[in-house]
Structure formats: structure tokens, C-alpha cells
Design a binder for this molecule. Structure first.
Ligand code: DX5
Ligand code: ZN
Length: 214
């Protein structure tokens, strides 16, 4: 079963509660956290995650695009994150392990994220301890970018790694996912699709979510 995680980066930030209600047929609420250092943009932080937590029963899938995420794990867990994913490029291997351990110590699901230029093998040191691997299909930082179809071999490679090493792990893709590109992601082995623009620009959001599931 394919899961859909709409990104609220494409929602109206003045009406977040309303826009989260609109995606209640989805599986996760994808929350893009950017610090202006790891990526050249600043978006949502801890207080916003805390504010949206009571507005939905869906799990909050918090994608940290920040330097040294280990510093903020407790804060995002306190704010109500259910899944926390950290970029492997955002700190040393040792500190990423520490961040993942911290997330698990708080009873939440932990994941790693790979930027487009980061090879599938970068997931190997973490594959036994993660609940999710997120493969970026755009350069992180902005919504509404063009889907990178050349990431599909990497999705296939990580799917094979997951089947071999940790079959319960979820495989998520993020960036430029729409009705045309979702089938490519599913064929390559992704089981969670993030979609921002495609969902929030749609006139019929429940129908869009249904269509993306394939
Ligand atoms: C990009 C973010 C994505 C983005 C997806 O840095 O991680 O979650 O919001 O937006 P679309 O679906 O518009 O590419
Ligand atoms: Zn994201």
C-alpha cells in the first residue's frame, strides 16, 4: 500500500490548520524544516510543529534540512514529531548515529535523507537502525521544482538494500512528485510519496491523493 505525505510547504501558512484538514485522507503530514544554512531557505521551526500538532491525528513526518540536527531532536520530539528524518550530509556519521539514537530513545520513528548527489551507499552505515530512508528527487530547499527522473536507479538500489538488510524500513521520495512522476517512484520501489505543489494546487485534494497512490 502506497502512502502519501503531502508537504505543507505548499500550504497557506496563514491557514495551516485549515490546509491540514484538507489532507486528512493522506497518511502523513510532511513538515519541511529549513535553517538557511544546510539549505538556502528558512521555513518552519519548532513552534509551528507544536502549533499544528493538535490539529491532526495524522503522524507528523518532520524532514530536517538543518546543520547538526542532533541539537534539535528533543525539541522536535517535544513539539510532537512522529517521524524525524536527518540528512546524512548534515553532520559526521557519528553525530547522525547519535541523532537517530536520540529519536528512538524518545519512542519516535527515525530516518535518514539523501540529497541528489549522495550515492545510495551512503545509507549503508545507517540501514539497520532506521525506520525510513528518504531519497530527494530535487535539490532540497524549495518546493515546486522539477522531478529528477535520474534518481530512480538510486531508489531501486536503496529498495534492494532495504529488502536485504531491513525489510520493515519505509522508502520515501520527495520533490516534484505528481500524477506523472508518482508511477515512476512506485515502480522503482518507493512506498511513501511526498507531494507539495501537486496536492495543494489541486482543485480536488482527496482525488489527487487517491490518484497519487496509483
Ligand atoms: C524540498 C522539500 C519538499 C518540497 C516538495 O526541499 O523537502 O518536501 O516541499 O514540494 P514539491 O512537491 O512541490 O516538489
Ligand atoms: Zn521534504
Amino acid at each position: 500500500m502506497i502512502k502519501i505525505a503531502p508537504s505543507i510547504l505548499a500550504a497557506d501558512f496563514a491557514n495551516l490548520a485549515r490546509d491540514i484538514q484538507k489532507i486528512e485522507t493522506a497518511d502523513y503530514v510532511h513538515v519541511d524544516v529549513m535553517d538557511g544554512l544546510f539549505v538556502p531557505n528558512i521555513s518552519i521551526g519548532v513552534p509551528v510543529v507544536k502549533s499544528i500538532r493538535p490539529t491532526t491525528t495524522l503522524p507528523l513526518d518532520v524532514h530536517l534540512m538543518i546543520e547538526r540536527p542532533v541539537r534539535y531532536i528533543d525539541a522536535f520530539c517535544d513539539a510532537g514529531a512522529d517521524i524525524v528524518t536527518c540528512h546524512v550530509e548534515s553532520d559526521t556519521e557519528e553525530n547522525i548515529h547519535a541523532a537517530l539514537q536520540k529519536i528512538h530513545a524518545r519512542g519516535r520513528r527515525a530516518g535518514i535523507v539523501l540529497k541528489p548527489k549522495t550515492p545510495a551507499e551512503a545509507a549503508l552505515p545507517f540501514i539497520h537502525e532506521v525506520d525510513m530512508v528518504l531519497i530527494m528527487t530535487v535539490e532540497p530547499g524549495f518546493g515546486g521544482q522539477r522531478f529528477m527522473a535520474d534518481m530512480m536507479p538510486k531508489v531501486e538500489a536503496v529498495r534492494a538494500m532495504i529488502e536485504r538488510e531491513n525489510p520493515a524500513c519505509e522508502l520515501e521520495v520527495d520533490g516534484g512528485v505528481d500524477r506523472n512522476t508518482a508511477p515512476l517512484c512506485i515502480a522503482a520501489g518507493a512506498n511513501v510519496l511526498v507531494a507539495g505543489s501537486a496536492v495543494y494546487k489541486s482543485a480536488d485534494i482527496p482525488a489527487c491523493i487517491r490518484e497519487l497512490r496509483g
